[in-house]
Design a protein around this ligand. Structure first.
Ligand SMILES: [Zn+2]
Length: 159
Protein backbone atom coordinates (compact mmCIF):
# COMPACT_ATOMS: atom_id res chain seq x y z
CA UNK A 1 0.00 0.00 0.00
CA UNK A 2 1.41 3.36 -1.03
CA UNK A 3 1.42 6.24 1.39
CA UNK A 4 -0.42 9.36 0.26
CA UNK A 5 1.31 12.74 0.29
CA UNK A 6 -1.80 14.86 0.24
CA UNK A 7 -1.49 15.53 3.99
CA UNK A 8 1.89 17.20 3.42
CA UNK A 9 3.78 14.52 5.34
CA UNK A 10 6.12 13.72 2.48
CA UNK A 11 9.25 14.95 4.27
CA UNK A 12 10.51 11.47 5.12
CA UNK A 13 12.75 10.13 2.41
CA UNK A 14 13.21 6.79 0.72
CA UNK A 15 9.54 5.94 0.68
CA UNK A 16 9.48 5.50 -3.07
CA UNK A 17 11.97 4.69 -5.73
CA UNK A 18 11.88 6.20 -9.19
CA UNK A 19 9.20 4.35 -11.15
CA UNK A 20 10.30 2.61 -14.37
CA UNK A 21 10.16 5.03 -17.32
CA UNK A 22 9.27 7.85 -14.95
CA UNK A 23 5.68 6.65 -15.07
CA UNK A 24 3.79 6.48 -11.78
CA UNK A 25 0.93 4.15 -10.88
CA UNK A 26 -1.45 6.41 -12.80
CA UNK A 27 0.35 5.49 -16.01
CA UNK A 28 1.44 9.09 -16.51
CA UNK A 29 4.83 10.80 -16.51
CA UNK A 30 5.73 12.16 -13.07
CA UNK A 31 6.50 15.86 -12.69
CA UNK A 32 9.67 17.58 -11.40
CA UNK A 33 8.87 20.47 -9.10
CA UNK A 34 10.44 22.85 -6.57
CA UNK A 35 9.13 23.06 -3.02
CA UNK A 36 8.08 26.47 -1.76
CA UNK A 37 7.18 25.47 1.78
CA UNK A 38 8.94 27.06 4.76
CA UNK A 39 10.27 23.62 5.83
CA UNK A 40 11.79 22.77 2.44
CA UNK A 41 12.35 25.95 0.48
CA UNK A 42 13.90 25.40 -2.96
CA UNK A 43 14.05 21.62 -2.50
CA UNK A 44 13.31 19.72 -5.71
CA UNK A 45 11.03 16.77 -5.79
CA UNK A 46 9.18 14.39 -8.08
CA UNK A 47 5.47 14.00 -7.76
CA UNK A 48 2.44 12.36 -9.32
CA UNK A 49 0.96 14.55 -12.02
CA UNK A 50 -2.50 14.02 -10.50
CA UNK A 51 -1.56 15.45 -7.08
CA UNK A 52 -4.55 16.78 -5.15
CA UNK A 53 -6.98 15.15 -7.57
CA UNK A 54 -9.01 11.99 -6.97
CA UNK A 55 -6.67 10.19 -9.41
CA UNK A 56 -3.57 10.89 -7.26
CA UNK A 57 -1.62 7.67 -6.74
CA UNK A 58 0.41 9.32 -3.97
CA UNK A 59 3.81 9.12 -5.62
CA UNK A 60 6.33 11.54 -4.11
CA UNK A 61 10.14 11.54 -4.06
CA UNK A 62 12.72 14.13 -3.04
CA UNK A 63 15.20 14.74 -5.83
CA UNK A 64 18.25 14.08 -3.62
CA UNK A 65 16.85 10.63 -2.80
CA UNK A 66 16.89 9.81 -6.49
CA UNK A 67 20.66 10.20 -6.79
CA UNK A 68 21.43 7.21 -4.54
CA UNK A 69 19.45 4.80 -6.69
CA UNK A 70 20.50 2.59 -9.57
CA UNK A 71 22.00 3.94 -12.77
CA UNK A 72 18.99 2.70 -14.72
CA UNK A 73 16.80 4.95 -12.67
CA UNK A 74 19.34 7.73 -13.08
CA UNK A 75 18.88 7.40 -16.83
CA UNK A 76 15.13 7.88 -16.42
CA UNK A 77 15.75 10.89 -14.20
CA UNK A 78 18.11 12.37 -16.79
CA UNK A 79 15.58 11.65 -19.50
CA UNK A 80 12.76 13.36 -17.63
CA UNK A 81 15.09 16.24 -16.75
CA UNK A 82 16.01 16.62 -20.44
CA UNK A 83 12.37 16.59 -21.34
CA UNK A 84 11.78 19.25 -18.69
CA UNK A 85 14.62 21.32 -20.14
CA UNK A 86 13.16 20.93 -23.63
CA UNK A 87 9.77 22.00 -22.35
CA UNK A 88 11.38 25.00 -20.69
CA UNK A 89 13.18 25.90 -23.94
CA UNK A 90 9.94 25.54 -25.85
CA UNK A 91 8.23 27.70 -23.24
CA UNK A 92 10.95 30.33 -23.63
CA UNK A 93 10.48 30.21 -27.40
CA UNK A 94 6.74 30.60 -26.99
CA UNK A 95 7.31 33.46 -24.55
CA UNK A 96 9.53 35.18 -27.12
CA UNK A 97 6.93 34.67 -29.83
CA UNK A 98 4.28 36.02 -27.49
CA UNK A 99 6.48 39.04 -26.80
CA UNK A 100 6.91 39.58 -30.56
CA UNK A 101 3.18 39.28 -31.12
CA UNK A 102 2.60 41.67 -28.24
CA UNK A 103 5.01 44.19 -29.78
CA UNK A 104 3.34 43.84 -33.16
CA UNK A 105 0.00 44.27 -31.49
CA UNK A 106 1.25 47.43 -29.74
CA UNK A 107 2.51 48.70 -33.09
CA UNK A 108 -0.83 48.03 -34.75
CA UNK A 109 -2.57 49.65 -31.81
CA UNK A 110 -0.42 52.76 -32.19
CA UNK A 111 -1.11 52.90 -35.92
CA UNK A 112 -4.80 52.49 -35.23
CA UNK A 113 -4.61 55.29 -32.68
CA UNK A 114 -2.87 57.48 -35.28
CA UNK A 115 -5.54 56.70 -37.86
CA UNK A 116 -8.19 57.47 -35.28
CA UNK A 117 -6.57 60.83 -34.58
CA UNK A 118 -6.37 61.58 -38.27
CA UNK A 119 -10.02 60.68 -38.72
CA UNK A 120 -11.10 62.86 -35.81
CA UNK A 121 -8.97 65.70 -37.18
CA UNK A 122 -10.62 65.31 -40.58
CA UNK A 123 -14.00 65.15 -38.89
CA UNK A 124 -13.26 68.39 -37.03
CA UNK A 125 -12.06 70.02 -40.24
CA UNK A 126 -15.19 68.85 -42.03
CA UNK A 127 -17.37 70.15 -39.21
CA UNK A 128 -15.54 73.45 -39.35
CA UNK A 129 -16.01 73.72 -43.12
CA UNK A 130 -19.66 72.83 -42.80
CA UNK A 131 -20.08 75.49 -40.11
CA UNK A 132 -18.29 78.02 -42.32
CA UNK A 133 -20.59 77.18 -45.21
CA UNK A 134 -23.61 77.50 -42.95
CA UNK A 135 -22.32 80.84 -41.66
CA UNK A 136 -21.67 82.08 -45.22
CA UNK A 137 -25.12 80.95 -46.28
CA UNK A 138 -26.65 82.68 -43.24
CA UNK A 139 -24.69 85.85 -44.01
CA UNK A 140 -25.81 85.84 -47.64
CA UNK A 141 -29.38 85.10 -46.61
CA UNK A 142 -29.47 87.92 -44.07
CA UNK A 143 -27.86 90.27 -46.60
CA UNK A 144 -30.47 89.40 -49.23
CA UNK A 145 -33.25 89.65 -46.66
CA UNK A 146 -31.98 93.02 -45.50
CA UNK A 147 -31.73 94.15 -49.07
CA UNK A 148 -35.25 92.91 -49.91
CA UNK A 149 -36.70 94.49 -46.77
CA UNK A 150 -35.04 97.83 -47.41
CA UNK A 151 -36.05 97.68 -51.08
CA UNK A 152 -39.64 96.95 -50.13
CA UNK A 153 -39.51 99.70 -47.57
CA UNK A 154 -38.16 102.21 -50.08
CA UNK A 155 -40.49 101.05 -52.81
CA UNK A 156 -43.47 101.10 -50.46
CA UNK A 157 -42.69 104.66 -49.45
CA UNK A 158 -42.57 105.75 -53.04
CA UNK A 159 -46.11 104.42 -53.58
ZN1 LIG B 1 0.30 8.98 -10.15
Amino acid sequence: MRRSCSSGSCASSGTYSMPPGGICACGELIVYLTSHTSENPGRHFWRCRNFKTPKDCGFFLWDEDVEVQSSGTQHVVDMVRTELKDSKNKLDELKKKLEDTKMKFEDTKMKLEESKNKISKLQRKLDCELLNKKMTFAAILSFVLAWVVSFCFLYGRKI
